[in-house]
Ligand binder design. Structure first.
Ligand SMILES: [Zn+2]
Length: 416
């Protein structure tokens, strides 16, 4: 048994912090949470003095691309380095992300089920993973990787080189939708990732308001995913494609940059408990892109995006943290919390966006996302107070201790 004593506790539920908490961990789960140093534990328990520090649930990023390391085509198509080097790079990123305090990551495409298995078997260290495998989109959609010339020599996942052992996410006709969803699940998808619009970094001609998928195709996709108990995360920035995603009742809107434009969209999201994962951080990177069309799109959507976050909060939509990391560097996940606070969230809301709300968005709130009895002992001990300065979480040196399932994943506690 492990006992963490003396810390300020932010439990992830949104409740005000309490001081002098005692958290008892039995094996991989939290056995009890008590305030004022009470708590019930055996004499031989390992005591960790956390006085002066803050305990939070392990952080969750709902939109990452752990197997993506650069945005340029040479990397996306896998011609800049051997595959083995790329996989080892991904393994290093998984470990660094966990050590930075992120105990669960929802991968929005690119990471295959082998990494999850390697973590489960103890071959490598990494967060709990919620995998989508590949992006499902129609011909010409963001999952149909083509060069600006129209060529697709190494198709067909937009963020990592094609793996011939994995199913294609490109849908040709309405009849293909359900089999593609089933194949993705067969390959290990825990969540279905799809796209109904282009994005900032997609090819010229397929931008943030250019649609992909019709309503009947999206309804088939959502119905099939739900029949297989998979939630649907949908890349949708604006325009008709954003409307179609919400009408088809996906479970989360990824990016959602133009959600400020039609109040009925946010109303419907609030009604149907559709989460909003704005991924503000990646657009900071895109605003500096060497590609003029990417820069232009990222600048054009910026003010809309901030307004979208503010209006979503006002409408009662849960706004959740996701970085869309990959090309802009790992592990920068906590940078998103900074962006969310700058966009108008309180630091407490930003913490919820990366803990309980994020766990709900991933369909895992029954096991992670808060520091509560019975849940997995995924938690972090932070030197400093993230409610006073959310940027505290950005620096790995402030993340004094990381526990995943009760096991120490990183230990930077200076005195025990
Ligand atoms: Zn993404």
């Amino acid at each position: 048994m492990k006992v963490l004593r003396g810390a300020r506790l932010i439990d992830g539920t949104g409740a005000a912090p309490v001081t002098g908490a005692t958290i008892v961990i039995d094996g991989e789960r939290i056995a009890s949470v008590a305030v004022r140093n009470e708590g019930d534990f055996p004499h031989d328990a390992e005591i960790v003095d956390c006085t002066g520090k803050t305990i939070l649930p392990g952080l969750i990023d709902c939109h990452d691309h752990m197997a993506n390391h650069r945005y340029d085509l040479a990397h996306r198509w896998g011609i800049d380095e051997p595959e083995s080097t790329r996989h080892l790079r991904t393994a290093a990123v998984l470990r660094q992300t966990l050590e930075a305090g992120y105990t669960m990551i929802r991968d929005a495409a690119g990471l295959d089920a082998g990494f999850k298995r390697a973590i489960d078997e103890g071959l490598i260290a990494g967060p709990r993973l919620v995998l989508s495998i590949s992006i499902i989109s129609p011909i010409g959609g963001i999952g149909d990787a083509v060069a600006p010339s129209g060529a697709s020599p190494f198709g067909d996942c937009c963020c990592v080189p094609r793996d011939p052992l994995l199913p294609s996410g490109v849908v040709e006709t309405l009849g293909d939708v359900r089999p593609v969803v089933r194949r993705m699940v067969r390959a290990g998808a825990d969540v279905i990732k799809c796209a109904t619009t282009g994005g900032a970094s997609s090819r010229p001609g397929h931008g943030p308001k250019d649609g992909a998928f019709n309503l009947d195709e999206m309804q088939a996709l959502v119905e099939e995913a739900h029949a297989l108990d998979r939630r649907v995360m949908c890349h949708a920035l604006g325009g008709r494609g954003l409307d179609i995603a919400i009408a088809a009742e996906v479970d989360s809107i990824e990016h959602g940059c133009y959600l400020d434009e039609d109040p009925r969209q946010l109303e419907r999201m609030a009604e149907r408990n559709i989460f909003f994962v704005p991924t503000l951080l990646v657009y900071e990177y895109h605003r500096k892109s060497p590609l003029p069309h990417v820069r232009e799109r990222a600048h054009a959507l910026h003010e809309h995006h901030i307004l979208a976050v503010q209006r979503a909060l006002a409408a009662g939509v849960k706004v959740v943290a996701g970085t869309d990391a990959g090309g802009h560097g790992h592990p920068a996940n906590a940078g998103e919390l900074d962006c969310l606070v700058r966009a108008g969230m309180t630091p407490m809301q930003a913490v919820q966006a990366a803990t309980l709300w994020a766990a709900e968005c991933c369909g895992r709130a029954h096991e992670v996302g808060t520091v509560e009895k019975g849940k997995f002992a995924d938690l972090i001990v932070v030197a400093g107070d993230p409610l006073a300065d959310i940027a505290t979480l950005r620096e790995a040196k402030n993340i004094a201790l990381v526990l995943k399932g009760g096991e120490v994943a990183a230990d930077r506690m200076t005195h025990r």
